[in-house]
Write a new protein. Sequence first.
Length: 181
Amino acid sequence: MDIILSKGFNATGVEAILKQANVPKGSFYNFFSSKEDFGLAIIDRYSAEIDEILHPIYHDELSPPLERIKKGFETLIKRFEGNDCTKGCLIGNLSLEMSDQYENVRHRLEQSLRGWSDVLTILLHEAQKDNAIFSEVDPEILAENLISSFQGALLRSKVKKSSGPLHNFIHLYFDKFFPLR
């Protein structure tokens, strides 16, 4: 996963993957029918890893819904900063690189992003019930927009080698757009 995050999927050959994993040369096709199949497995593993990080945050019922959403994004930002503002999000990276090349990969990426959006939608519905966001706002559209804005800020942060755009994302949404009281 690390080599794909660093170099991209297409730029990483099977030999480099085997070397990174310290696995004998002929073993790749014992586990994967193709490099595309390997890509699907990488997406699943990364999604599970991110879910493991975000699940306790999103399900912390002691915190208000918007605080949980904000804390989730802040946690992802810290992860990005821990990589010296490189690598980014595997799902975002592969979406840019592969969604036009492999239909199965595009579907798996959409499935991963849809799962994230669904959780945010539930939290945003809760925020509406708490009158923390306007009732006229469609939580599903807002969830999609939060993810799209975050992914865009992440891409911009990679280019700038600075987490500034990500902190601007947090500031605009959680300090300017959301506080209604």
